[in-house]
Write a protein that binds this ligand. Sequence first.
Ligand code: ADP
Ligand code: TRP
Length: 332
Amino acid sequence: MQKEIVVSGIRSTGYLHLGNYFGAIKNYIKMQNEYNCYFFVADYHSLTTHPDPKALKPNVYRVIAENIACGLDPEKVALYVQSDLPEIPELYLLLNTMAYLGELEKTASFKEKARANPDNVNAGLLTYPTLMTADIIIHKGTLVPVGKDQEQHLEMARTFANRFNHRYGDYFPEPKAFGFAGELVKVPSLDGTGKMSKSENENATIYLNDSDEDIIRKVKKAKTDSGPTAPNMPKPDYIQNIFQLLNLVSAPDVVAKFDEDYNNCVIRYGDLKKQLGEDMAKFVAPIRAKAIDLQNDEATLQRMMKQGAEKARASASVTIQEVRKLIGVHYY
Ligand code: ADP
Ligand code: TRP
């Protein structure tokens, strides 16, 4: 039986963090043995918000190195850079003729980015979802491991793939957002507002290259209060977030003990945050070390990126030729 096709990307906009790990990379690693996987650095996507020529190369290399340091095996998957596949922008152009201004303008991420940066509401930002669709369907991907924040983009990818099929004949399978146990993950930020993110709220995000001291310092500052005032009280959001983070990195009996202490009103938030900081530091330390080693070995990273691009182009070039035929861009 043919293996299902998995596609996912991470933008080269900064340092990877625990949100990227638990929302996406952890799933990549679990999926790499069972599926036909394509994982890439979305460098074109990063230009819509981070157009700094000097930062691009180190960011791209870092995302590749950090993915491998987390356990991704470039022999098992195609690990590549988006801009190494010219088939992607070609499909993007074609898909743009099938995407309507109204639906693109309504996208939550577009509205957010336009609001945050009114001087740079560029067409790349508007058509971000069509480029993302091209990334996925260029390999006829069906499973897309992503965090919760990408749910709407995946809905749009399904819409565009279906619209193509409707116009030009049934060709693309429907891509779906994928998380284990049927759930997409959202890793909250330490300040109790929003999610951990590469390019925002640095002090509330734990990066995979943070030192032990930085991690412990950031966790110490996480918002708490004077504690529950009655047994079995519901947890306020910011406390719930701390427990959610504890769940990701600490042993189940440790989580259970703090939960019990909370319910019995004897919890000490200082101890909770100390435990969380130490467990996060323990989790991050080996990834950080391996990623640094890899980043010092540019030749190996380059070899891996080229090998990944070759594997990915083999699949992308078949799709683009078939798509050209279906659309009628085919004259000789
Ligand atoms: P960022 O939002 O940090 O810039 P990307 O947009 O490149 O990162 O996201 C790469 C992957 O990591 C996507 O699958 C995204 O859903 C996931 N991701 C990012 N932040 C989080 C988070 N806080 N919780 C869960 N998943 C996340
Ligand atoms: N838009 C995604 C993000 O911001 C990154 C991305 C680009 C992606 N292309 C993709 C994710 C294709 C999955 C599949 O996180």
